[in-house]
Ligand binder design. Structure first.
Ligand code: 4AD
Ligand code: MG
Length: 477
């Protein structure tokens, strides 16, 4: 018999087809009905075990999460809520699962906090099934989007000597011999053993290498893991996260914003068209969760409604200076509701960003032209001498999802700015060569992959949208 995945099987018309299905038992009811799941969908296949057909010893082993291989025929279901049943003809247990020890009890919905402690098994729940299928689709849609536009996918290095952002801490790479950690005489670790004698770190961004690609191929994107050793325990930060970084030659800030907005809408639309069932499941999960909250803490829109709204409406576009003015004139500011002060020049805190998107505009907002002193060295300086051609995209419920800019393509301006910021030009000689040999206006941005997955799935904590979250003290598996 041909093995069929349950997602496909559930679309069939029942005509006594012989099939084989493999999966994990969710429940076994009345010694007769197996709810079987194979990870292709949250919908279980009902497998009917006819009375007397299999011996009791075998049936006893049909416990939650036991894996089975079952063959039989597809018939119209007698039960409600499903179209088909599989009448088992042969049934083999591939792996037993001790019901006493299996840590996920399906009867009372386990909390997300609890599931984080057993992250190695949480994929077997409906919530994580949906989240990771949507994550997969978004990743696929990202490649599809850039491929359709003719961008070259570039693999930038994970280990590098450069620090693209100059913000936050980096993880350092060392080469330790297998026979033990090299120690100094006082017992402290000897870090002289670096990357074969050179100091290096895990990349914080593929941008600088991406710029080398863009100034040759015209348009490139990266999509890979990036690392930040920020010791922050928030629902939006990971020490290891994935970032998509397109970089375009012959492109200014306006083009950059247009691309970012089109890109975000495209991947949301792709998920809406291809993961409707999972998104509806997640929307219901979120609605159930929000029922516990006081009225004023609940979202105004359901998840599906929110995604539709974002797909069909323009993002708001304002300058940093306008954003600061809005904040200063806000009731929240006047009533001293902000924890951090607001004045021109501040690096906006997430409370400020969230005020702008959630209270003021109630839609995604692109903020441009930030003060140069709070942004990276590579951003193009504006004529006012104070701001740079930066853009951040802020999303309701999340805050910053995109950071980008037009790049400083003028060698003299770039060198001057690097000097001011004490960035040694010798270390970035290769980067500066792009400005020496056929420099062009160019721009790009970085989209935090987990943050967009959070936005699309409605998951409140970033730890629940990446398979193995790396946060302070969290790296066992
Ligand atoms: O704003 P960031 O630091 O920008 C860059 O790294 C640029 N080099 C991008 C570029 O222009 N090519 O980071 C970009 C995005 C943020 O907007 C956020 O979505 C995400 O990456 N991000 C994080 N996501 C999860 N955990 C963290 N610790 C993150 N730090 C940044
Ligand atoms: Mg940023």
């Amino acid at each position: 018999n041909k093995r069929v995945k349950i997602k496909e099987l559930l679309t069939w018309e029942p005509q006594d087809q012989q099939v084989t299905v493999m999966g994990w038992v969710r429940t076994f009811r009345n010694n007769q009905f197996i709810a079987l799941n194979d990870g292709s969908t949250n919908n279980n296949l009902q497998v009917v075990v006819e009375l007397g057909k299999f011996d009791d010893e075998l049936l006893k082993r049909l416990t939650t999460s036991a894996s089975i291989n079952v063959s039989g025929k597809i018939v119209a279901s007698l039960g409600k809520g499903q179209k088909i049943d599989l009448i088992a003809n042969s049934l083999e247990i591939l792996g037993d699962s001790d019901a006493e020890k299996y840590p996920i009890q399906l009867k009372n919905r386990p909390t997300l906090e609890y599931l984080r402690e057993i992250a190695h098994l949480r994929f077997r729940t409906n919530t994580f099934g949906s989240v990771f299928r949507v994550r997969h689709s978004l990743a696929f849609a990202i490649h599809k989007f850039y491929n359709e536009k003719g961008f070259v996918y570039m693999h930038t290095p994970i280990v590098t000597a450069s620090d693209a952002e100059g913000a936050g801490e980096m993880f350092r790479v060392t080469t330790l011999p297998f026979d033990g950690t090299p120690r100094n005489e006082d017992g402290t670790v000897n870090f002289k053993e670096d990357f074969f004698g050179r100091s290096s770190n895990l990349t914080v961004s593929g941008q600088l290498e991406g710029e080398l690609g863009a100034t040759a191929f015209g348009e490139i994107y990266t999509f890979g893991p990036t690392f930040r050793a920020e010791n922050s325990n928030t629902a939006r930060h990971l020490a290891e996260f994935w970032m998509i970084e397109p970089e375009m030659a012959f492109c200014d800030l306006e083009d950059n914003m247009n691309l970012a907005e089109e890109f975000i809408k495209y991947i949301i639309r792709y998920a809406m068209e291809n993961n409707r069932e999972d998104l509806e499941f997640l929307a219901q999960r979120l609605a159930d969760e929000e029922k516990q909250l006081p009225q004023d803490k609940r979202s105004e829109m359901g998840l599906i409604e929110k995604l539709e709204f974002v797909m069909n409406n323009n993002f708001e576009r304002i300058t940093y200076t306008e954003a600061i003015d809005i904040l200063i004139q806000s009731p929240a500011y006047k009533k001293k509701k902000f924890q951090y002060d607001v004045k021109w020049g501040i690096d906006m805190q997430s409370e400020h960003e969230r005020y702008l998107v959630e209270k003021h505009f109630k839609k995604p907002v692109i903020v441009t032209n930030y003060p140069k002193d709070i942004k990276a060295f590579y951003m193009r300086q504006n004529d006012d001498g104070k701001t740079v051609a930066a853009m951040d995209i802020l999303a309701p419920g999340i805050g910053e999802i995109v950071g980008g800019s037009q790049r400083e393509e003028r060698l003299d301006k770039l060198e001057e700015r690097m000097k001011e910021m004490h960035i040694p030009a010798e270390e970035l000689w290769w980067y500066l060569d792009t400005r020496r040999f056929g420099t062009v206006p160019h721009a790009g941005f970085g989209l935090g992959f987990e943050r967009i997955v959070q936005f699309v799935t409605g998951m409140g904590n970033i730890r629940d949208v990446i398979a193995f979250p790396r946060t302070p003290k969290n790296c066992e598996f």
